[in-house]
Design a protein around this ligand. Structure first.
Ligand SMILES: [Zn+2]
Ligand SMILES: [Zn+2]
Length: 175
């Protein structure tokens, strides 16, 4: 098992039925990292990543079988979980075109539209069966301000702190 990115390891994406894996899409991992930052996540949990052909979950042609999909839950720094709708919104904002809500707090994301798949766009609700395939104008974006946008980046704070220290040193030197 190996590290795919700062917050994801290949072991998190193995098939639930047999433990096998294939190379996961780089774009999938890149976008999951973007979501991690945007949502200021404590952790993104992968409920299901790769599914082999014997795995009974999902359709025989679903994007999980190609290593380009993940069903995820996103935990906030305070330990609580974002809703499925929140995850769908963040997923759309980082560029995912395959998004399926799984009530109450999980969401399917896949890289269709940017990587080869039979359909290029899908918004759905896997719990209620609602499918917006014919409504290409559908959006999950409701203008939520996520924690990752609200809080200043730690590096910025550090820089301000350093600046203050330098000013103090200068003040002491010349006063
Ligand atoms: Zn399997
Ligand atoms: Zn899925």
């Amino acid at each position: 098992m190996s590290k795919l990115s700062p917050h994801f390891d290949s072991s998190e994406f193995v098939c639930g039925c047999c433990g096998k894996s294939i190379k996961m899409s780089d774009l999938l991992i890149e976008r999951l990292e973007k979501m991690h930052t945007l949502m200021a996540a404590k952790a993104i949990y992968v409920n299901s990543g790769y599914r082999c052909n014997n795995n009974p979950w999902g359709s025989p042609i679903d994007a999980h079988r190609k290593g380009m999909a993940a069903d995820i839950r996103v935990q906030r720094k305070d330990g609580s979980y974002y809703t499925a709708e929140d995850i769908a919104e963040a997923a759309e904002r980082v560029g995912f075109k395959g998004i399926g809500i799984m009530e109450p707090d999980s969401c399917h994301v896949d890289t269709r539209g940017d990587e080869p798949y039979i359909y290029d766009w899908w918004h759905g609700n896997e719990t209620t069966g609602v499918d917006w395939t014919k409504d290409s104008g559908h959006t999950f974006i409701r203008g939520t301000v996520f924690d990752g946008e609200r809080n200043p980046a730690p590096s910025e704070e550090h820089t301000k702190d350093e600046l203050l220290q330098e000013l103090k040193a200068l003040y002491e030197k010349y006063s």
